[in-house]
Design a protein around this ligand. Sequence first.
Ligand code: B12
Length: 350
Amino acid sequence: MTDSTREPRMPGSDERANADAWIPVRTEDVRAQPLPLTLYKSATITRLTGYSPLLLRAWERRHRLLCPVRGPGGHRLYTDDDLAVLKRVRNYLCAGYSIGEVAALGRSALLAESDEVVRAGARPSARSPQPSGERGPFPSRVADFQDQLEAAACSFESDRVRQLIEDCCDTMGEELTFCTVLRPLLERIGLAWDCGQMSVGAENLLSDAFRLRLLQAIETCRRGRERAQRPVVVACVAPERHDLGILCLALSLERTRIPVLFLGPAIPVSEVERACRLLAPPAACLSFKRTCTLQEAAPALQDLARAHASTRFVIGGDGVNAPRCFEEDNVYWLEGAGVEAAISLVTPQI
Ligand code: B12
């Protein structure tokens, strides 16, 4: 199936030209292939793949991997084929191939592969072209980024740390960069710091760069979106300052189109209470990295939950463990990462 046979008609004024998630386009006037098409705005593709609009445009221009059509205002609208290509690209990048190698395969080969993968149940065909040259397996690519990031942080090269995080996001996408590269690296660095083998300055440098990148990703997700719903409040309760985990959750919520109000690290319970009073949020997600901070805040938290019975309080992070500090009907304790569980607890409230 070629692109020319699937040239879609632009959405008319009666269609949801401003809809952010997807735009259905009727194709009665497409003679060769009267299939219903879905067009996606770049913000949606970014949300689905983790690749930034800037990167998408670069891959379109430089590597001819994407063929978006233009909307009435001239903005790019991506097709299901573009999405399928991006998924194949991501698989290859994660397997250690470079974008140049993947691009050398060409869009049609990637599309053909993607059709075959769907038919064969996610098994690439033996005929599918293979990128040539040296290729590192995925784990070595991750370890490589981690080693370079650690070295750059230890020698206080802050620009290099940021650049490496950017390169990693470009190569693997934001999600894999955050979960597979940065989070385990911080764990390793935390241990090294604990054993006196890592300076606190290097740890700060890396966690600050991670934090900045997370805030940027959240901002990108929100851009251009109407914020009619009441936001979910997220915070680290004082004295807890480890806020990268709750920022990861905030990003996941925003990607699910759930608006978030991030209050920050070390927020007193009284301030969370003020936000609940003013905004009546559907949910408040609170993070505790250490059990001692949770125990300290527990009595005030219980009062807060009782005073705001219509808000769901989702409490998570490494500090949460059994036995529970207290029980209330609107309080949910999540051990482990718990991001999926948090989203499903929050969603029905929206
Ligand atoms: C970066 C870091 C810091 C930074 C924090 C910067 C920031 N803005 O967050 C700074 C330098 C400020 C810091 C300070 C301290 N730190 Co520190 N820190 C770390 C480190 C290295 C990384 C933590 C991190 O951000 N990980 C990345 C995030 C993304 O992962 P995560 O937190 O696990 O979150 C995931 C899940 O838990 C989940 N999640 C998190 N919250 C929530 C909430 C909900 C609702 C849900 C559903 C899910 C969820 O989602 C995330 C993604 O999956 C850890 C090492 C480690 N092993 O974790 C030590 C570590 C946590 N720190 C430690 C200590 C001791 C401290 C200090 C007390 C040191 C000191 N003496 O000053 C202070 C305390 C400051 C305070 N008041 O809180 C200890 C804690 C030991 C303990 N359990 O008591 C650790 C484990 C280091 C160690 N090995 O000893 N730290």
